[in-house]
Design a protein around this ligand. Sequence first.
Ligand code: HEC
Ligand code: HEC
Length: 195
Amino acid sequence: MKLVVAGVAALAMLTLSHAASAAPPDAITLMASTCVGCHGADGTSRGPATPTIAGMAPETFVEAMVSFKDGTRTATIMDRIAKGFTEEEIKQLADYYGKLPFGRAPQKTDPAMVAKGKDLHNEFCKKCHVDNGKKDEDGSNVLAGQWLPYLHMAMEDFTVHGRKTEKKMKAALEEVAKKDPGGFEALMQFYASQK
Ligand code: HEC
Ligand code: HEC
């Protein structure tokens, strides 16, 4: 009888220590699990209409989420999602994704378009979208290696849907439209082609 009791006690101890070692997922993993379905497990998007969010500068990330939340940035889905998070939680998510490497999407581009886009980029965009759009500097976002369909959507947010941006960026877009209306396709192909 004594032996059985001791056995049960040992089992209870085992169960207890097992429960203690399986720590609950931390708050950030839990929050980020909401994003995985669209932005990928590591912030690198697998779907063409969703941007990669790994490697964004934390300030750009916070700015994006806050403007989705208050409706100042046009969105198809992020306006609803961003409303579920406090500014403190958004900052934590920004730090988390900012530390992950940006994975460039493997996609086909047209070399003639890419060459034309490169010229337009050098003329109108490179001051802010530095290093061929690879670097998120001063809130400019990473453009290099984003999915082409997403880049087109983002462009149309400015040119068609009235997404706000700084004056100089707006001016650059107007210059391109004036010079060559087909220029946006070329520019987006150029960014998409970056490895
Ligand atoms: C149902 C799919 C979906 C889910 C879930 C989702 N996103 Fe998004 N996300 C998008 C799409 C699509 C966009 C482009 C803007 C839009 O159309 O809403 C976007 C844009 C963004 C951007 C702006 C990126 C840029 O380059 O400007 C950030 C930041 C972002 N999402 C963060 C998150 C975070 C953090 C979560 C989880 C809490 C999340 N998203 C969950 C689909 C999703
Ligand atoms: C004066 C600086 C500046 C110039 C010049 C500029 N941009 Fe931008 N761009 C920005 C900033 C800043 C953002 C982030 C959006 C915002 O908050 O204004 C941005 C965002 C974008 C986005 C959306 C990225 C995303 O994921 O949301 C695209 C696409 C883009 N720019 C393309 C271009 C192209 C193409 C040119 C040249 C014709 C250009 N930009 C010139 C500063 C600039």
